[in-house]
Structures are given as structure tokens and as C-alpha cells.
Design a protein around this ligand. Structure first.
Ligand SMILES: [Zn+2]
Ligand SMILES: [Zn+2]
Length: 266
């Protein structure tokens, strides 16, 4: 494949992704961006107890995913993760998810799962290779501060701080700092976690609150009395965007890797 036909193929693929997100997504095509591969993974969300299928697109500089509306041809809820910001961690099989790994980002961290061990290895390798070349080519520093991954609601029937049993009135909350499932009383403090949000005060458990105050005593963030409006999530939807699947490549669980000539600099 010569570089001209490569460029056209690449542009067509990215434009198909753009089309699938429609106006709900940010345009992904720009010169220098290459779509490296795509496929479907299960993603464990923070709110849904069940993992949901999402279409993922690996570019040379970003990882994009979106919810599937129509068989991979129509997407919503586009999320864009910058590769220099992410970190992968291999995970053992879990109860709900097998062939899973953790994707950490500054603002949130979540588990994804592939349909087989080979798929998982392929995804992890490709993402990591793209990330390393990006850091090298653009001389970037890898990010080092990540949001904790949330412990799933159903993994905890007791508050992980006071050990009180959850009921319909004693409900589950998540500490944004450690990701533990805790009760309201144990998470009545609020604190700023700058990698998640620059100004918003977020729910933290008492232990994290104490630790954060010790680490940063002059920046006191008392949150007890600020009421519930401060506890809104950094929502799963915040990056708002759109993504489209490419025809014929969005097979369930299968990562399609595009064969490009190396070193395409546009
Ligand atoms: Zn508690
Ligand atoms: Zn905590």
C-alpha cells in the first residue's frame, strides 16, 4: 500500500467513525492522526452493575470509545482518552469480567474486558505500543496521577470504613479518592482532588480526608455542611462526543488491526 492510498484509507475510516457519532461527538479526523485498530470491549461502568459493550477505537494519540446504539453504526457518548494520560494494568479474571484489565486515567479509571485472552493481550500490547511511541515522538512525560478505580457496589454489603451493613436507607457511596464503597456518615467530607476536577469538592471518606489534610495541611477543605449539591459525580458522560463504527470491522470482541506502512507522517 503506498502512502497516498494509505492516507485515503485512513481518512475514510476516521470519517466513518466521525459519522457514526454524528453531531454528538467531536470530529476525530486531523492530519497526523492514524486509526490503528478498533473493536468491541465490555466496560464496567461505575453506575451500571453490569458491564456494557462499547466500541473502542485506538488511534496513534488517543483511545476513543462510545456506546453502541445501532449495531456499531451509530454511537453516542463519545469519550476521548489521551494516550499519554493513561496507564494499563493487567488484572486477574473477576466474577463479572474475565480477560479484563484496568485503564487508568487522571479523571476516572475503569475495567474493560475482551472476548478472549488473545484479544486482551492484543489490545493491551497495541495500546501500550501506541502510547510509548507517542511519548517518544512528541517527547511527552507520562502522566503519573490517576483516579482510583471504584469498587463495584455489589462487591460491598458493608461500609468499608465503619462496617455498617447497607440497607435501603443506609446507602452506598463512593469515596472519590480511594474508590471504596462507604456509607454517607463515613463520607460526609468533601475535598478537592485536582486530577479529577480543578475546583469541585468531591465526596471523600474520612480516612482519605484525614490523610489529605496531613499531606496538605494548609489546604483545608471542610465539606460537612456544604450539602448534597457538591456530591455530584464527575459523570461518565462528561467528555461528550461521538464515535462511529467502521462498516465490516466491528465484529464482536474482535480487534481489527489496520496494516499500515510504518512512519506515516502527514
Ligand atoms: Zn460507614
Ligand atoms: Zn477514601
Amino acid at each position: 500500500m503506498n502512502s497516498q492510498s494509505f492516507e485515503k484509507a485512513n481518512r475514510d475510516r476516521i470519517q466513518a467513525v466521525d459519522n457514526s457519532f454524528g453531531t454528538a461527538g467531536r470530529p476525530l479526523y486531523n492530519s497526523g492522526r492514524v486509526l490503528m485498530g478498533e473493536g468491541r470491549l465490555m466496560k464496567q461502568g461505575r453506575r451500571h452493575s453490569k458491564p456494557q459493550p462499547k466500541d473502542f477505537y485506538l488511534f496513534n494519540d488517543i483511545l476513543v470509545y462510545g456506546s453502541i446504539i445501532l449495531n456499531g453504526r451509530w454511537h453516542k457518548k463519545q469519550k476521548i482518552l489521551h494516550l499519554e494520560d493513561i496507564q494499563l494494568e493487567d488484572m486477574e479474571d473477576g466474577l463479572d469480567l474475565v480477560n479484563q484489565w484496568l485503564i487508568r486515567t487522571p479523571r476516572k479509571s475503569f475495567f474493560v474486558s475482551a472476548s478472549s485472552l488473545e484479544e486482551k493481550q492484543a489490545w493491551m500490547d497495541h495500546i501500550e505500543n501506541c502510547r510509548l511511541s507517542l511519548l517518544r515522538e512528541r517527547n511527552l512525560k507520562p502522566n503519573s496521577v490517576f483516579a482510583s478505580s471504584w469498587i463495584p457496589d455489589k462487591a460491598a454489603c458493608k461500609c468499608m470504613r465503619c462496617l455498617g451493613t447497607f440497607t435501603t436507607t443506609k446507602r452506598r457511596h463512593h469515596c472519590r479518592k480511594c474508590g471504596f464503597v462507604v456509607c454517607k456518615v463515613c463520607s460526609d467530607q468533601r475535598a478537592r482532588i485536582s486530577n479529577i476536577h480543578p475546583t469541585k469538592k468531591l465526596r471523600v471518606c474520612r480516612l482519605c480526608h484525614v490523610t489529605m489534610e496531613e499531606e496538605n495541611p494548609q489546604q483545608r477543605e471542610r465539606g460537612d455542611s456544604i450539602g448534597k449539591s457538591s456530591e455530584e459525580e464527575i459523570s461518565d458522560q462528561e467528555e461528550g462526543g461521538e464515535i462511529t463504527p467502521l462498516p465490516a470491522v466491528s465484529r464482536w470482541g474482535r480487534m481489527s488491526i489496520y496494516d499500515y506502512p510504518r512512519s506515516i507522517r502527514v
